[in-house]
Design a protein around this ligand. Structure first.
Ligand code: NDP
Length: 446
């Protein structure tokens, strides 16, 4: 049940943003948590902080025309939602996937506000992307698309304004093309305008690994809080992209056994533990499909068209996409011996799934907290760019680990403060919200 004041705010969000179901879901989850905060802080309601947080500061939608390798003109749609800049320049990734529409970009941008706040670093929230599908496109097509996308986006971004990065479908290759076109149009080598850059042109150590590593560090903290660790644990990961691959790498380093991972075609089951080098070769070097993994490794099997969440494991790291864990899948996972969930992806668990995990007493780390290591390391990349410095891998990883430790502890202590011990969802939402709300109050009605 929503707090009475929040219920009318939520009704307004539904009315003003019709059809944007993922955005509604993300707003609802935050509103569900922050009722008790309004009791302690009536000033937030008086200044209509929540109504303001639910309305993006600026939304940009644009046409992206480009030419494919056959000489045909293609048209995609580009988005950038600049959601909240109370804490710093808008910061958040770009997603290239055919499913992208305004509702997805707004859900991601909304989540990003609280996630960025939780990191304790000076970054506001934003997100963008396109319904462009890089899958099956040549490097030249991807380059032409990125150049056209940036030809509009460049006028809206800047190191003190809005700093994009990668997300699904946007990795090192796309960031390079985007930064190259920004540099060309503006005639400025403004490294801090985009993060996730290659190491040879202003990128930071550990940014590539940060979301996956950070998620595993967060789960490690949750396990430690329960007197256990990754050592010997059976782990299931969804996805086999940037987040999933580096989550698998860190789990293996901490002594866990990852037995399955997936892509949108199905999943591989490898009881001896995923061979990371082979996975990287297929997914990163060859940009191939996951069935190739089972073809090259004798005892592994590829299961086509089914959800990886039918594989039992003690730790689950959903790292593919939103709403991949339904209530039914969550119940099966609990029955299969699940102990902890760390969300590498954004909003991968449906509200029904979250309820199942919480009622079963699973250590459940929501994406806002568990995958914040990516954006935190992006903020460290901005810091290094601003000071023309570059840190070592070891130092950067240590900073990431400290940040994840700190986020974990703040989620727990905030949940305790509000009488919901062990509830990382409430802890993350309340702690993230308070900092943004206080900054908005201080800045006046803008
Ligand atoms: P990638 O594009 O590198 O990889 C995505 C992976 O998920 C691929 O294996 C892809 O399979 C799979 N996938 C994507 N969409 C679907 C779908 N609809 N159904 C099934 N599988 C799907 O993206 P990232 O690893 O960067 O991002 C994964 C998640 O992590 C997203 O939710 C993203 O928002 C979140 N995230 C990413 C951060 C980052 O730093 N990159 C930071 C914080 C969160 P296929 O190749 O077959 O499409």
């Amino acid at each position: 049940m929503l707090h009475e004041k929040l219920s009318s705010i939520y009704d307004n969000v539904l009315r003003r943003n019709p059809g944007e179901i993922e955005f509604h879901q993300a707003v609802r989850e935050v509103l569900d948590s922050i009722g008790p905060v309004l009791g302690k802080h009536p000033e937030y309601a008086e200044s209509k902080i929540i109504e303001r947080i639910c309305e993006p500061e600026r939304q940009i939608i644009f046409r992206v025309p480009w030419m494919d390798d056959q000489g045909q003109v293609q048209i995609n749609r580009g988005f950038r939602v600049e959601f909240n800049s109370a804490l710093g320049p808008y910061k958040g990734g770009l997603r290239f996937h055919p499913s992208v529409y305004l509702g997805i970009v707004k859900f991601l941008g909304f989540e990003q506000i609280f996630k960025n706040s939780l990191t304790g670093l000076p970054i506001g929230g934003g997100k963008g992307g396109s319904d462009f599908d890089p899958k099956g496109r040549s490097d030249r097509e991807v380059m032409r698309f990125c150049q056209s996308f940036m030809t509009e986006l460049y006028r809206h971004i800047g190191e003190y304004t809005d700093v994009p990065a990668g997300d699904t479908g946007v990795g090192g290759r796309e960031i390079g093309y985007l930064f190259g076109q920004y540099k060309r149009i503006t005639n400025r080598y403004e490294s801090g305008v985009i993060t996730g850059k290659g190491l040879v042109y202003g990128g930071a150590q550990v940014r590539t690994e940060a979301t996956g590593y950070g998620c595993v560090f967060f789960v490690d903290e949750m396990l430690k809080a329960r007197g256990t660790s990754f050592d010997g644990k059976r782990v299931v990961v969804s996805g086999s992209g940037n987040v999933a691959v580096y989550a698998i790498e860190k789990v293996e380093q901490l002594g866990g056994l990852v037995v399955a991972c997936s892509d949108s075609s199905g999943y591989v089951l490898d009881e001896k533990g995923i061979d990371l080098e082979l996975l990287k070769q297929i997914k990163q070097a060859e940009r191939g499909r996951l069935d190739a993994y089972a073809q090259r490794r004798d005892h592994a099997t590829f299961v086509s068209g089914r959800s990886v969440w039918e594989v039992p494991g003690e730790v689950a790291l959903p790292s593919a996409t939103q709403n991949e864990i339904t209530g039914e899948a969550a119940a099966a996972m609990v029955a299969g011996g699940l102990v902890a969930v760390g969300e590498g992806a954004n909003m991968p668990t449906t509200p029904e799934g979250i309820k199942v995990f919480q009622e079963a007493g699973i250590a459940y780390g929501p994406g806002k907290a568990a995958n914040a290591g990516g954006v935190a390391t992006s903020a460290l990349e901005m810091q290094q760019n601003a000071s023309r410095d570059s840190w070592t891998f070891e130092f950067s990883e240590q900073r990431l680990q400290e940040i994840m430790h700190d986020i974990h502890d703040r989620c727990l202590s905030t949940a305790d403060e509000y009488g919901m011990p062990g509830n990382y969802v409430a802890g993350a939402n309340i702690d993230g919200f308070r900092r943004v709300a206080d900054a908005m109050l201080a800045l006046g009605l803008i």
